[in-house]
Design a protein around this ligand. Structure first.
Ligand code: COA
Length: 169
């Protein structure tokens, strides 16, 4: 198989069954946020697809008033710039919807995702200590330790205020 290259990829709306499949594979089928539990039908998504129209990355989001929450961001192949491209795409979407705030939650072991968000101009605005206890009620199989052996305990909240969808200097 030829290597995947950035310019072979294109963005399009994600289909419900694609969101469902990625969430089954990566999120135990649902996403537990601070006071909400999302299932695939609660969100919309943007897919990054290859020349065969197969999904290589997916970002899902939910709009609430003037804010857009990035609910999940997944790339099937890491370190090729696909995460950045999806993040830019969802920000553009929010911008076109007239939203002035983008935000996302991640677990306290997810240094890679934190690096991506910070490099796109997001700021760590809240740390929800022990928020994973509630997540574990819905996902009893969630391991105690995550990336790099870091105990998973807290949720980090990252935020970016408008203008969204413009290059970060
Ligand atoms: C987080 C995730 C989406 C990143 O996707 P990716 O395709 O590997 O990311 P990219 O290749 O676009 O990297 C973009 C930026 O991330 C940052 N980054 C990547 N690896 C990093 C690391 N090890 N440490 C710090 N920052 C890092 C860099 O700023 C990088 O920019 P650069 O390539 O110009 O250096 C991907 O790792 C993933 O799917 N993780 C599992 C799901 C998840 O945790 N999602 C986030 C919470 S919803």
């Amino acid at each position: 198989m030829a290597p995947l290259r950035k310019h072979d990829m294109r963005l399009r709306s994600a289909r419900q069954e694609e969101i469902k499949e990625v969430w089954e594979d990566h999120w135990y089928g649902l996403v537990v946020c601070l006071s909400t539990v999302y299932t695939p039908s609660d969100v919309e998504g943007i897919a990054l697809v290859d020349d065969q129209d197969d999904v290589v990355g997916l970002v899902t989001y939910q709009v609430d008033g003037p804010a857009g929450q990035i609910v999940t961001l997944d790339t099937l192949i890491r370190g090729r710039g696909f995460g950045r491209r999806l993040l830019e795409a969802v920000e553009s979407k929010f911008h076109n919807l007239g939203l002035g705030r983008a935000w996302a939650l991640m677990t306290n072991d997810n240094l890679r995702a934190a690096g991506l968000y910070l490099s796109r101009g997001y700021r760590l605005t809240r740390i929800h200590l022990d928020a994973i206890e509630r997540v574990r009620e819905h996902k009893p199989h969630l391991p105690d330790k995550g990336y790099e052996g870091i105990p998973i305990r807290d949720l980090w909240e990252f935020e970016k205020l408008g203008p969204l969808g413009v290059p970060v200097p």
